[in-house]
Design a protein around this ligand. Structure first.
Ligand code: NAD
Length: 254
């Protein structure tokens, strides 16, 4: 097993790519603390993967206390931390004209601040255990600009910069820091990018436009991103740090 006896924390763990990550981490031998805002979805996660393998932690990661305390609570429940997949994020406002400031601040808080606070709380636990792996989730919008999601793109570029900086700072402690950068993924969040107007026809047209720009010609499957996170978490990636890995069917290769 690739994560035997490892202690892993996953944020935004109860749906989509995070849930697929929990499934893989458990399958490969880790015990997982799963952080999410939805208690109901976490209950379903525990029912699916077992209370002996998955500890639920309910928190609003868009708040500073929630982002900090939930990592402390998760590490305490596990008895330490070897792996953090800080996966939480959200699309945010579609335009900077008449910028919705509460929505702006929430997007920055969930995408960037929760990652910084999470890494800051998890790192001492990893150091105490001789090293670890931190994985952030950015996006293709953290590697190139996004016509539909400027604030999201700014935030995800911030996540990539944070990861590269922490990779340098934490290397002496044998803590690796990397980023997964998915293209448009087939999860509930998809409509947050393509369907902001609420018009299903417009959402379908936006999705078709994005897929047309993907050389491999389709959306990302949640499991494909979770597989990348699993690899980055495992010893197979023991010499990989500071990398922002596109999982995008070639979208950013142009
Ligand atoms: N879906 C996409 O197209 C796509 C593409 C690239 C990157 N991403 C990134 O992937 C991550 C999540 O995407 P997904 O597609 O797996 O999402 P998803 O919609 O399947 O799941 C999101 C999860 O986050 C939880 N959540 C929402 N707000 C929260 C909060 N304030 N505190 C704690 N938990 C909260 C939800 O309850 C849910 O379980 C985000 O960082 C997102 O930016 C998504």
């Amino acid at each position: 097993m690739r994560l035997e006896n490892k202690l892993a924390i996953v944020t935004a763990a109860a749906s989509g790519m995070g849930r697929a990550g929990v499934e893989r981490f458990v399958r490969e031998g880790a015990r997982v603390a799963a952080i999410d805002i939805s208690a109901e979805a976490l209950d379903a996660l525990v029912a699916a993967f077992g209370a002996d393998r998955v500890t639920p932690v309910v928190a609003d990661l868009a708040t500073e206390d929630g982002a900090r305390d939930s990592i402390d609570q998760a590490a305490a429940a596990l008895g330490g931390c070897d792996i953090l997949w800080a996966h939480a994020g959200m699309p945010g406002p579609a335009s900077v004209e008449d910028l919705d400031m509460p929505a702006y601040h929430k997007a920055i808080a969930l995408n960037v601040t929760s990652a910084a606070l999470g890494a800051g709380r998890a790192a001492p636990h990893m150091r105490a255990r001789g090293g670890g792996s931190i994985i952030f989730t950015a996006s293709i919008s953290g590697l190139v600009g996004s016509m539909m999601s400027p604030i999201y793109s700014a935030a995800k570029w911030g996540v990539v910069g944070l990861a590269k900086s922490l990779a340098l700072a934490l290397a002496p402690d044998n803590i690796r820091v990397n980023v997964v950068c998915p293209g448009l993924a087939d999860t509930p969040m998809k409509l947050g990018f393509t369907g902001r107007s609420g018009d299903p026809a417009e959402a379908a047209a936006n999705e078709a436009k994005l897929v047309a720009a993907v050389p491999l010609g389709r959306l990302v499957k949640p499991g494909e991103v979770a597989d990348a996170a699993l690899w980055l978490a495992s010893d197979e990636a023991s010499f990989v740090t500071g990398v922002a890995l596109p999982i995008d069917g070639g979208f950013t290769a142009r």
